[in-house]
Design a protein around this ligand. Structure first.
Ligand SMILES: O=C(O)CCC(=O)C(=O)O
Length: 227
């Protein structure tokens, strides 16, 4: 099982682990996310961007989620025994905030050693409400030039050329609440806009191999080594 996961990750650049979080845990994370974002909005610290970085800095509930034993076990099969949590964020799309994320590699945002991203749907994710899209195996193509147009005001300053990617083997990644998608930071990925009128909340966390050198990341204020 463990060797299979590691091999699938090496070949495809991602794995899906079903039901890693239970229903109670997912409900708790979504409730806490709403609370943290409401508080930040009331304090005028954030607006209605739909992307909220630093959940584990703001709340012990997210710190606990980041070190969840089942997640730690899955990550160790990929990274090895020295797994370090760096940062997390909530990305939510609702009827009013329905953006799709453009094609990119996460590595373009942080450079340094290759990291692992964990995408945790807090709602069932489908093509209609904004599930992830990926190009399996694209992590083997190395770092790509992110020169795509980012003038639409959505953030996401690092963008691949969408036309080139759409001509590749793009796979939709519908998943249920409680599943996780674990992927390499060079994997080409994007997400659909949310046209469903229903919420699509996701928690996305970043991990690294603690034995690898990296710059002192200012955004990794809640970093810790997983036990
Ligand atoms: O949750 C999404 O819509 C995708 C977000 C994403 O790709 C990212 O933040 O790297």
């Amino acid at each position: 099982m463990t060797a299979n996961l590691a091999q699938a990750y090496a070949e495809n650049g991602y794995i899906v682990v079903r039901n890693l979080f239970n229903e109670q845990e997912v409900s708790r994370y979504k409730e806490e996310a709403r609370k943290v974002i409401d508080e930040k909005q009331n304090q005028g610290k954030v607006g209605n961007e739909g992307v909220y970085v630093g959940m584990a800095i703001a709340s012990p509930v997210f710190k606990e989620a980041a070190g969840h034993p089942a997640l730690a076990e899955a990550l160790k099969t990929i990274i090895g025994n020295d797994v370090v949590f760096l940062s997390d964020k909530i990305v939510y799309k609702d009827a009013a905030k329905d953006f799709g994320s453009p094609w990119h590699q996460d590595h373009a945002y942080w450079f340094g050693s290759n990291k692992v991203s964990v995408w945790v749907p807090l709602d069932d994710a489908t093509p209609e409400n904004g599930c992830l899209r990926i190009v399996p195996g694209s992590h083997l193509l190395g770092t790509a030039h992110h020169g795509g147009d980012s003038s639409d005001g959505l953030g996401f300053i690092n963008r691949l050329n969408a036309e080139e990617i759409e001509a590749m083997n793009v796979v939709d990644m519908p998943v249920s609440r409680g599943d996780v998608i674990i992927f390499h930071d060079l994997l080409y990925h994007a997400s659909y806009p949310n046209t469903s009128g229903r919420d699509r909340w996701a928690l996305i966390s970043t991990y690294k191999d603690g034995t690898k050198e990296d710059p002192a990341y200012s955004w990794a204020g809640a970093a810790f080594k997983l036990s």
